[in-house]
Design a protein around this ligand. Structure first.
Ligand SMILES: NC(=O)c1ccc[n+]([C@@H]2O[C@H](COP(=O)([O-])OP(=O)(O)OC[C@H]3O[C@@H](n4cnc5c(N)ncnc54)[C@H](O)[C@@H]3O)[C@@H](O)[C@H]2O)c1
Ligand SMILES: O=C(O)[C@H](O)COP(=O)(O)O
Length: 526
């Protein structure tokens, strides 16, 4: 039974799903060195933001197949290292959207009405009404930085509260912004005009310290900033100084450059700052959503099925994935076949997408073909996650061509590989029941299903050659399951495809090549 390590607090519903297919060990709060020590025994790791999955952890995780992040941000995972090792990284892109958006709105209101400090004061026995006169958000301008899933929900609710909306997001269309009643503006204008600024962007090299002393200097003294996105987007020292000097009116932060927060100039400030310990996703509802979402993906991957929200393989809608699955199998089989025909040291792979395949998203097909191409050399070390990197590192040139007019089958795929044994080409298609057929070899028409062991010959079309090969193999006790010949013209060049029950030893292959009329012969194991 596979083993899953759960190293952050995850809702029980997720543990129950994992337990259907795996032994689940829950060990939270592990020091990094202990995680490195125990990770080799696990097939999967399930985390939230508390566990740092460094390159050291990934290198030590010899059996790791999947890292599941029960939440959105994967900035605590070295995704590049995982990809290189062929480990799929999945998350739950939408499971905690509402929770994070509602926390943002709660932070905005808390800040405006000084609720945390007023609560503290009242609990201490005081009745201080004078110190906590706040502001209304009605008719104020909210600047939304990042109009993705959370930013959009914040904007929708803020609009219902009567706020005017500005947004900055270079990847969002004007139409989408208008749909959300937001005016798309440049960052500088958003800083200058907003009464409230809320951040909903990932932390990237471009967004690190986006809110720094220079940015704050452009804001109004009445501006309040809310960050429920990621620590490090705000320069915390500059923010603390600005609040102390009254350059802006307030800030509410749920996330920090370093977590747990520990010593910080922010904690010494008064009612103008509201701090929470990364609680954006901490609702019962969100925790059930993300636990189910990610546990199901870990379960599926451990069962050999694809994950629906992998961050390091091209995303595909589940319905599209279902539709493409037989073609992925076709691409992998043809890749494996043409890779062996072309020999080692593949220089290039030409992927010809024909018929309905020419109009589909091609990236998964390309990856499947590369996985097949490299599988003979790399065996189980190559998978959908690392096939592209492995091909790139081997200098394999990938060329994609499309021809929707080829209509012999609904969709067909032609792979042409150039390697140490020359250039070879195979075409394949799916029959009605999704059965794979190899429909041409080096442009010679054939119609054979793939078989575990196969022998291909290139020969001259002449009487007696089929009999010679048959008796030669019979003499060596090689059992032929099926045989087919393909030719373009009578007595010209031809190909022969034999499905055989056992692998053909090299010495017999050499005998095949010596048969009169045979130009070349190849064996493959699929
Ligand atoms: N506090 C929490 O507990 C909590 C919970 C969930 C998500 N988050 C964080 O909230 C953030 C937003 O999450 P989401 O689900 O809305 O993500 P999302 O991917 O749906 O939206 C992010 C948006 O940011 C935009 N963006 C990217 N780079 C930008 C840049 N340089 N300038 C402006 N816009 C940029 C993108 O175009 C996108 O629209 C993430 O950082 C996520 O990790 C925090
Ligand atoms: O990216 C996220 O999903 C949030 O930051 C939530 O993090 P958490 O799962 O550690 O609460």
């Amino acid at each position: 039974m596979p083993k899953v390590l759960v190293s952050d607090p995850i809702d029980q519903v997720g543990i129950d799903i994992l337990s259907q297919v795996a032994q689940v060990d829950i060990k939270t709060g592990l020091p990094p060195e202990q995680l490195v020590q125990i990770i080799p025994e696990y097939d999967a790791l399930m985390i939230r933001s508390g566990t740092r999955v460094t390159a050291d952890v990934i290198d030590a995780g010899k059996n790791l197949k999947i890292i599941g992040r029960a939440g959105v941000g994967v900035d605590n995972v070295d995704v590049t290292a995982a990809t290189r090792r062929g480990i799929v990284v999945v998350n739950s892109p939408e499971g905690n959207t509402i929770a994070a958006a509602e926390h943002t709105l709660a932070m905005m209101m808390s800040l405006s009405r000084y609720i945390p400090d007023a609560n503290q004061s009242t609990k201490s026995g005081k009745w201080d009404r004078k110190s906590y006169t706040g502001n209304e958000v009605y008719n104020k301008t909210l600047g939304v930085v990042g109009l993705g899933k959370i930013g959009a929900h914040v904007a929708t609710v803020a609009r219902a509260m009567g706020m005017k909306l500005l947004a900055y997001d270079p990847f969002v269309s004007v139409e989408r912004a208008e749909q959300l009643n937001c005016r798309l503006v440049e960052l500088d204008m958003l800083f200058q005009e907003s009464d409230y600024i809320t951040l909903h962007i990932p932390k990237t090299p471009e967004t690190a310290n986006l809110i720094n002393a220079a940015a704050i200097a452009r804001m109004k003294p009445t501006t309040r900033i809310i960050n429920c996105a990621r620590g490090g987007i705000i320069d915390e020292a500059a923010l603390a100084a600005a609040l102390q000097e009254g350059k802006i009116a307030g800030a509410a932060l749920d996330v920090f450059g370093s977590e747990p927060l520990g010593e910080s100039p922010l904690t010494a400030l008064g009612k103008e700052i509201v701090l929470t310990p990364h609680l954006g996703a901490s609702t019962e509802e969100a925790q059930v959503n993300v636990a189910v979402d990610v546990a199901e993906q870990i379960r599926d991957v451990l069962l050999g099925l694809p994950a629906r929200s992998a961050v390091n393989i091209p995303g595909l809608r589940p319905d599209l994935l279902e539709q493409l699955k037989p073609y992925l199998q076709l691409a992998e089989t043809l890749g494996n076949l043409v890779g062996q025909l072309a020999g080692g040291r593949i220089e290039s792979l030409n992927i010809g997408l024909q018929g309905e395949l020419a109009t589909n998203q091609s990236q998964p097909i390309v990856i499947a073909a590369l996985k097949g191409l490299l599988s003979h050399a790399l065996q189980e070390r190559v998978n959908y996650v690392n096939a592209s990197i492995e091909a790139k590192e081997r200098g394999i040139r990938v060329i994609e061509t499309r021809d929707a007019s080829v209509r012999d089958y609904a969709g067909s795929l032609q792979l042409t590989a150039k390697g140490s044994l020359g250039e070879h080409s195979v075409t394949g298609a799916l029959l009605g029941d999704n059965e794979i057929r190899i429909t041409s070899l080096n442009d010679f028409p054939i119609n054979v299903p793939p078989n575990r062991h196969m022998l291909f010959t290139l020969h001259r079309d002449m009487p007696g050659i089929i009999g010679s090969i048959g008796s030669l193999l019979g003499g060596f006790n090689v059992n032929i399951a099926s045989m087919q010949v393909g030719r373009k013209i009578v007595r010209g060049d031809a190909v022969m495809v034999l499905s055989i029950d056992d692998p053909l030893p090299d010495n017999i292959l050499e005998e095949v090549k010596k048969v009169s009329g045979i130009r070349d012969a190849y064996t493959v194991t699929l």
